[in-house]
Design a protein around this ligand. Structure first.
Ligand SMILES: [Zn+2]
Ligand SMILES: [Zn+2]
Length: 526
């Protein structure tokens, strides 16, 4: 459970940014929030013009934006503060679980251990990272005074600052941070590309309209019609389906690996998913041997000839008797007497119930677990980030809380249901055991994301993406298709930070509000 925090990287970053911010930064954030609201009230045409003007003015501003601070002050001021904040938060996260479980009182050395070299190192990495970014950015502006805009400056500053990742000696944390920021840089770079594409299409449409108007003058009867062009339609489809596609692909990779090749999956994530399957809780110490038995039997049947005679359990034979005689007498003890499964893999995946009862049990069980998780998480998020709203309009806040919690639980329960129940159906249809069963269920499960609020769909997909990337990499590595490069994580982190900071410094409009706020709180105006 040591790495459980990696599953909540985002919440931690938001929390940390809250602690790092100061009054000036909050003013900046309030400023761009107001500004965005104002923008939303304007028509799309005006909006475009304004956006263009902002981008223009940002391009010509090459001076430092840290008002009231010299470059040196800007670099040094945050160093100690960041160190302290990062240290305290990391310490709290390390101590909190054992504090809540009461372990601290039996074993007070946890308090000391959590504050040790790992925490010091992490805090040092984070403060060096921020200072290095500011230092290189200001230096670049001095070196290249004649260059308009900040693109290259920010890219170099971000990449150089990214090298400080080498200061963090915790391998799994380095991987988690790298994959997380890599995912974000892809996300924001994609929205930048989509934005540029939209601008390009709009310019083209405008010139088309103009030529239509010119035509009209000569022919006078034609009305002004501008149809949706194919690229507009394509852009619309891409935008609306992106989250579902990413979610389905990540689910397919993660679930496949979880069932068929668990060794290719980060351990902490495997445990996290397993907790949600509800299986470890049901079988306790018998769970690992059950998983092992399932895997060896699955591999055996997969390579076999298929057909009900080979992968099924004959009618009239109880699953207990069949498993005891053909697979493992030890595992057979888990089966309630009298229960019959149609298929051997069904029996090993859900020993206690038949397929239908298993489906109902999975759904209700996951709904309960999700309720606990989302209930707590949403309550914390609401109290930390929306406490003003709770006071000003408590009824609306509670309604929103209940609605979004239930919606999320429904999503997660459907997702888990698809993961577990689809193989029961697909092995009947295919008539054999195959990896396809465990790729198909993920692909279907991913579509459950459509239940979630539209604003959260992409977020969820991107939450799963870093894990899927890591797992895919390991799956490819197992097959000898790719190789780990020494310090490859640092290189990837550097490149991601370069992209991210270029966009943050030059195209903040492509970064959505929540992240822009977090980034501004952490980096400030530079
Ligand atoms: Zn400066
Ligand atoms: Zn089944």
């Amino acid at each position: 459970m040591d790495n459980a925090w990696e599953n909540f990287l985002e919440a931690i970053a938001a929390l940390m940014s809250k602690a790092l911010t100061d009054k000036e930064t909050e003013n900046v954030i309030a400023g761009f929030n107001n500004f965005q609201q104002r923008l939303q009230r304007l028509s799309s045409h005006n909006l475009q013009r304004l956006n263009l003007e902002i981008t223009q003015s940002a391009k010509t501003a090459k001076k430092c934006k840290h008002d009231g601070k010299t470059c040196t002050q800007n670099v040094t001021r945050g160093f100690l503060k960041t160190w302290v904040v990062a240290y305290l938060i990391k310490y709290a996260i390390g101590v909190l679980p054992s504090l809540l479980k009461g372990k601290v009182f039996k074993n007070p050395s946890i308090l000391k251990k959590s504050g040790g070299s790992d925490t010091i190192g992490f805090a040092f990495f984070l403060s060096s990272f921020l200072s290095a970014y500011k230092l290189v950015l200001c230096a670049m502006r001095k070196i290249r005074p004649d260059h308009d805009g900040d693109r290259l400056n920010a890219f170099v500053a971000g990449s150089v600052a990214g090298l400080t990742l080498a200061l963090d000696k915790n391998k799994s944390r380095r991987t988690a941070l790298t994959l997380y920021l890599f995912t974000r840089s892809i996300q924001f770079a994609s929205s930048y590309a989509m934005k540029r594409w939209a601008e390009h299409r709009q310019a083209k449409n405008a010139s088309n309209r103009q030529s239509l108007r010119d035509d009209e003058k000569s022919h006078d009867s034609q009305a002004l019609v501008t149809k949706n062009r194919w690229d507009d339609i394509l852009a619309k489809i891409m935008t609306s389906s992106a989250a579902t596609v990413v979610m389905s692909l990540t689910a397919a990779v993660n679930i496949y690996s979880c069932v068929v090749e668990p060794d290719a999956m980060p351990r902490s994530y495997y445990n996290f998913i397993m907790q949600h399957s509800g299986l470890p809780q049901k079988f306790g110490p018998m769970f690992p041997p059950l998983v092992e038995t399932f895997q060896s039997q699955f591999n055996l049947l997969k390579d076999g000839p298929g057909g009900f005679d080979n992968i099924g359990i004959p009618e009239g034979v109880t699953s207990h008797d069949f498993i005891a005689k053909n697979i493992s007498p030890n595992i057979a003890t888990l089966f309630p007497p009298g229960i019959h499964h149609d298929y051997q893999c069904c029996a090993l995946l859900h020993p206690l119930y038949g397929c239908k009862r298993h489906a109902v049990d999975t759904f209700t069980g996951e709904f309960g677990r999700a309720l606990k998780m989302y209930g707590t998480l949403n309550a914390i998020v609401m109290m930390v980030f929306q406490h003003k709203k709770i006071v000003s309009d408590p009824v609306k806040s509670v309604k929103h809380y209940v609605k979004s919690t239930i919606r999320s639980c429904f999503f997660l329960a459907c997702y888990v249901l698809a993961c577990f129940y689809i193989p029961c159906l697909s092995r009947r249809i295919l008539g054999r055991e195959s990896n396809i069963n465990y790729i198909l269920n993920g692909l279907v499960a991913g579509t459950a994301v459509l239940i979630e609020a539209p604003g959260r769909q992409m977020e969820l997909a991107l939450y799963c993406l870093p894990r899927a990337l890591e797992t895919s990499w390991k799956l490819l590595m197992k097959r000898g298709l790719v190789r780990n490069i020494k310090n490859g994580d640092i290189a990837l982190f550097s490149a991601s930070m370069g992209v991210l900071m270029t966009l943050y410094q030059n195209e903040p409009s492509v970064i959505n509000k929540h992240y822009l706020t977090v980034l501004t709180r952490i980096f400030g105006r530079n």
